[in-house]
Ligand binder design. Structure first.
Ligand code: FAD
Ligand code: PYC
Length: 407
């Protein structure tokens, strides 16, 4: 058996560590957040338990444990709002359902406006959210002074804060707990979690997928779901089709552990940074992508310097906080900044990718709708607009206009 150099690889107390069977009804490629959630809902919602998740490293080694855990559903387009709201409604019940605390904490997500243009953009998005039944409210600077007391509201700074949009049901959760929770629950229902099992090719006959070729041998499959995030383009190329995805680094940082000073999530598109405080006390920060294609899970130093400058502009009180560590993940961004979910040109081969910088929040919803797609063999109604062929038809779901630092 392939040896995997990580403590999570052989956690007999967490999940079984089985040998691959010769074949499964469904093989899910990618043991990250969405792959594990898909496998769980295949078993839980559709009674499909002859299922394997094949993961090239250890479960969660991709963006699952590298993300900054912001959860919200305040997107701009109707199709996006429906999908992300479906996910947001699942979050509050997850810990009880999966019997593992994912520390979902709806502490509110603030999007700051730093001028008239920002305010108009945010208010337009807020109106779209309200029209779709999604909670969204406007806070004036006086409200912000009590809602987020450490925010710099001085009028004589480069970009003064003139207000903010707030989604109170948004917040944070704990990323590694979400991995553990879905993995354990899927394992309990009989799903095989195969770590150290990299897909290196596909067995395709007459344009129909019959199995996957892996570093642990060939595994037959009735249906295959690709959930490889930053490496999706490579997987598609192995199967002989092209994905319009740019893989690029997204970095984040944490401070040393501090007393609780911030009990909401603050995002600013203009100053270009976002900040929250993790349950254990680290300040968690990030901003936009490094603007080049890469498969290395790291980014450039100057991007981090910009993020820290932006944090200090908004929160001068943090000027003496020490930075503890930085890291990067590879995010899979589609040209319209929306996910790609559904059919591929190969029969019985399905795709779920393009979540880019914003897929953590979607985890339960994405798993739910991809499981329904894989079980039925046709796209779930919520994902029909997110098909790959929208890049041929032109029916794009452009989320670049939504007022977020990251999508
Ligand atoms: P992943 O968790 O990356 O899983 C993909 C898995 O596929 C990996 O484990 C990988 O090893 C495996 N794989 C790939 N190729 C193969 C192969 N050939 N064979 C077998 N396995 C393979 N989203 C938010 O909503 N809120 C945030 O605050 C947020 N912050 C972020 C901050 C950073 C720094 C980063 C990098 C991302 C952030 N995201 C955020 C985005 C979020 O992390 C991703 O959208 C999400 O993790 C996607 O889930 P996934 O399961 O598709 O991908
Ligand atoms: O999608 O809200 C988001 C997000 C925040 C940080 C990275 N992505």
């Amino acid at each position: 058996m392939t040896r995997v150099e990580h403590a999570w690889a052989n956690p007999a107390h967490l999940w079984r560590n089985p040998e691959p069977k010769p074949s499964y009804d469904v093989v899910v490629v990618g043991g990250g957040l969405h792959g594990l959630a898909t496998a769980y809902y295949l078993a839980r919602n559709h009674g499909l338990t002859n299922v394997a998740v094949v993961e090239r490293g250890w479960l969660g080694n991709g963006n699952a444990v590298r993300n900054t855990t912001v959860v919200r559903s305040n997107y701009l387009r109707d199709e996006s709002m429906a999908l992300y709201e479906h996910a947001l409604r699942l979050w509050p019940g997850l810990s009880a359902e999966l019997d593992h605390d994912v520390l979902f904490d709806p502490r509110g997500v603030l999007n700051l406006a730093h001028g008239r243009h920002d305010a108009l953009t945010l208010k337009r998005q807020l109106a779209a959210n309200q029209a779709a039944g999604i909670d969204a409210e406007w806070l004036e600077p006086a409200d912000l002074a009590s809602f987020c007391p450490i925010l710099n509201l001085a009028p004589d700074v480069r970009f003064p804060v003139v207000g903010a949009a707030l989604q109170r049901r948004g917040g944070i959760a704990r990323h590694d707990a979400v991995v553990f929770a879905f993995a354990r629950a899927a394992d309990r229902l009989g799903v095989d979690l195969l770590q150290g099992c990299e897909v290196t090719g596909f067995d395709i006959e007459n344009n129909r997928v019959r199995g996957v070729v892996t570093t642990r041998g060939r595994i037959g499959a009735g249906r295959v779901g690709l959930v490889g995030a930053g490496r999706s383009k490579l997987l598609a190329a192995m199967a002989g089709f092209e994905l319009p995805i740019q893989p690029s680094p997204l970095q984040a940082l944490v401070s040393e552990v501090l007393d609780q000073v911030l009990d909401t999530v603050v995002m600013s598109g203009a100053v270009h940074v976002y900040l929250s405080q993790a349950h254990k006390g680290e300040l968690v920060m990030g901003a936009g992508r490094d603007p080049y294609t890469s498969y290395a899970q790291r980014g450039s130093f100057h991007i981090l310097e910009w993020q820290l400058q932006a944090v200090l502009e908004l929160f001068p009180i943090l000027s003496r906080a020490h930075l503890l560590r930085t890291w990067g993940g590879i995010v899979d961004v589609a040209p319209d900044a929306s996910p790609i979910i559904g059919l591929t040109p190969i029969d019985d081969l399905f795709i779920n990718c393009g979540w880019g910088t914003g897929g953590f929040k979607a985890t339960p919803g994405s798993g739910w709708v991809f499981a329904s797609t894989l079980a039925a063999g046709v796209p779930d109604p919520l994902v029909v607009p997110f098909s790959l062929d929208r890049f041929e038809t032109g029916a794009l779901i452009d989320e670049h206009g939504s007022a977020a630092v990251a999508h």
